[in-house]
Design a protein around this ligand. Structure first.
Ligand SMILES: Cc1ncc(C[n+]2csc(CCOP(=O)(O)OP(=O)(O)O)c2C)c(N)n1
Length: 623
């Protein structure tokens, strides 16, 4: 793709780095937003910025976000990262040129796996319907996507024939041959009746022997030694001062870390995870609990698992990876979340137990209407796994951070929603939803390793909250707390209720520890792993008995908080009891690129901030 981008930015496209918003510039839309590094290098070499600044790629507050954001970096034409949308944007831009009598050209950069998204074909139809000869789409046809070969994941061939049938002028070239690339762009410009598609046959990782044609290098950064080897192989060793560049990256990181540290609320001790010898905790990603359950129960031959090209990282592939006989019940759907959701509904209709999983943003947002009309309205027994929820995809940035999906999922009638707090609870929740709950169901889990705070003996009853109480410091964090089924718990006169779900539960527990150790404040942590149906009774009881409620969620503020507020406001039992309330969550802003734990601080979600907000609430009551 780099060769094509070089030809485009350095020769073919009309643009001016000194005047990035020049009205007559050609537009280049990167539909495949994950190819951001190629875009950034192209802009840097063209002169939009000092290319060395790119060393801050994927770091907190860097303009070089994991996926491009046009509001952060001049030269980027559109924010992207959710595949399959760029050709539609290009159609819009090309139509605007026609309406405004402008002669700029529009280019759209796509991947071959991306062709599996249905929206691409809607846009292709539109481009031809309107005869957009000012539009040139390019497909990086490298034959690979995340789960492996495009032909195995979901065949897109015969690609050229398909686009021709839609009405495109199709050119197939060697995407590493500069003469052919430039020739194709020229032919596209000369064509005066229809849009052009360039299918550029390429080798993924071209020029680096250990990367060429290896699917496992998708989105993976080489270590320093591998990077130096790659630079050698590309013949760039004399042109790059690698050590100076690494130093520049470290300096940026040091500045960001210092700024984050400066805003962290301070206490007499460091309560951060595993910072001190006592209160130790094991960190394991919640996604492992999901995969484990599928591996354990996969022999139930009603279960069918549907993958969406990120199967290993979300662990859904564990359904079949050690159990080859289940392969026929493993359906690779490609990058096509909308259709896969309805395929799952079709399977459910015939008595199967379909499990469809992908990143939470796409599992709940890309397919929202499919979930609403086909799955929920029809009350289909479909399990949706929203993986990598919250900030846990950190460096991928805002487009991939699922911070809104509780609004979407909880707003759907018939949908059950589980947000387990750790890997053990994820296992229990997945098993229960899969085998015991008949209807549409959503389980939200995360990529990043987070504290394990429960075990086999911890109560778990679907739809019922757990009360967690800090007792005293112990060598193991987990042992410092007692868990009760909320309905079995008699209040102990606590000052405050911290109501949380998902990975915010361990943070709320840590906040309870801080509050007790630093200020002698007793708090009741309520773990509401089931968000829908919410345990209204336990919430109301906590509000009535404590008189002060702080909700904590790793989500846009309100996904949990508004539901809790509604439960309190509508409870007859709480009527007449004053309840002070506040909500900790992401404060109505999109995510950021950064490491997951940095983002917990950036969004002020970690226990230190929770404890601080609790203290503020307390002072309001005292006032
Ligand atoms: C709607 C959507 N679904 C899933 C993803 C996750 N994802 C990012 S890149 C990728 C594979 C893309 O494959 P391809 O288009 O062939 O690009 P290439 O392999 O050339 O990088 C996937 C599934 C996404 N970004 N957007």
């Amino acid at each position: 793709m780099m060769d094509i981008a070089a030809a485009l930015y350095l020769d073919e496209a009309r643009h001016d780095p000194k005047d990035p918003f020049w009205a007559d510039r050609d537009r280049v839309f990167w539909s495949a937003g994950h190819k951001a590094p190629t875009l950034y290098v192209s802009l840097g070499i063209s002169g939009y910025f000092n290319i060395e600044d790119m060393v801050t790629l994927r770091k907190l507050h860097s303009p070089f976000a994991g996926h491009p954001h046009w509001l952060k970096l001049d030269g980027v034409e559109i924010s992207s990262g959710s595949l399959g949308q760029g050709l539609s944007v290009s159609v819009g831009s090309a139509l605007a040129a026609r309406l405004d009598n402008k002669d700029y050209r529009v280019y759209c950069m796509m991947g071959d796996g991306e062709q599996q998204e249905g929206q691409v074909w809607e846009a292709a139809m539109e481009a031809c319907h309107y005869g957009l000869d000012n539009l040139c789409a390019i497909i990086d046809n490298n034959g690979l996507q995340i789960d492996g070969c495009v032909s195995d994941v979901m065949c897109i061939e015969p690609l050229a024939d398909k686009y021709r049938a839609f009405g495109f002028h199709v050119l197939t070239i060697d995407g590493h041959n500069m003469e052919q690339i430039l020739g194709a762009f020229k032919q596209a410009r000369q064509n005066k009746s229809m849009p052009t598609l360039i299918i550029a046959n390429t080798v993924k990782g071209k020029g680096v022997d250990y990367m060429e044609n290896v699917a496992g290098w998708h989105g993976k950064a080489p270590n320093v030694q591998e990077m130096k080897e790659a630079i050698n192989q590309l013949g760039l060793a004399d042109e790059l001062d690698v050590d100076a560049l690494l130093k520049k990256a470290q300096d940026w990181q040091a500045k960001e870390t210092a700024e984050l540290d400066a805003k962290d609320p301070r206490f007499s001790r460091n309560y951060w995870w595993n910072a001190e010898p006592g209160m130790q905790v094991t960190m394991t990603p919640t996604r492992f609990g999901f995969g484990k359950t599928l591996a354990t129960h996969g022999d139930d031959d009603r279960i069918v698992a549907l993958g969406a090209d990120i199967s290993n990282s979300i662990t859904i592939s564990q359904f079949h990876s050690d159990h080859p006989h289940r392969k026929e019940r493993w359906l690779s759907m490609g990058i096509a979340e909308q259709s896969a959701t309805c395929v799952a509904a079709g399977l459910a209709k015939e008595g199967k137990l379909p499990v469809f999983g992908t990143y939470g943003v796409f599992a709940s947002g890309r397919n929202l209407d499919q979930l609403r009309t086909t799955v929920c309205y029809s009350n289909m027994n479909v399990m949706i796994a929203g993986a990598h929820g919250g900030v846990s995809v950190g460096p991928d940035g805002a487009t991939h951070q699922a911070l809104e999906e509780l609004f979407q999922m909880c707003g759907l009638p018939n949908m059950y929603v589980e947000v387990p707090c750790d890997v053990v609870e994820t296992e229990k929740a997945t098993e229960h939803l899969l085998l015991q709950v008949n209807g549409p169901k959503y389980v939200r889990f995360a990529r990043e390793a987070t504290p394990v705070v429960t075990d086999e003996s911890t109560p778990y009853v679907f739809g019922k909250a757990n009360v967690i109480r800090f007792r005293r410091e112990r060598p193991e964090f987990k042992d410092a707390f007692e868990h009760y089924l909320a309905s079995d718990y008699a209040g102990e006169g606590e000052t405050l209720a911290l109501i949380a779900c998902g990975p915010a539960v361990p943070e709320a527990m840590r906040a309870a520890w801080i509050l007790k150790s630093e200020f002698g404040i007793e708090s009741r942590v309520l773990n509401v792993h089931t968000i829908k149906p919410l345990d209204d009774e336990a919430v109301a009881k906590a509000a009535k008995e404590c008189g002060m409620v702080l909700t904590v969620e790793e989500h846009q503020v309100g996904g949990l908080g508004h539901r809790v507020a509604a439960a309190i406001q509508t409870s007859r039992d709480v009527y007449g009891t004053p309840v002070l309330m506040d909500m900790v969550g992401v404060p109505d802003r999109f995510g950021e690129t950064g490491a997951p734990w940095e983002l917990m601080k950036e969004f002020e979600l970690s226990a230190e901030f929770v404890a601080d907000r609790a203290r503020n609430l307390l002072s309001a009551r005292e006032y």
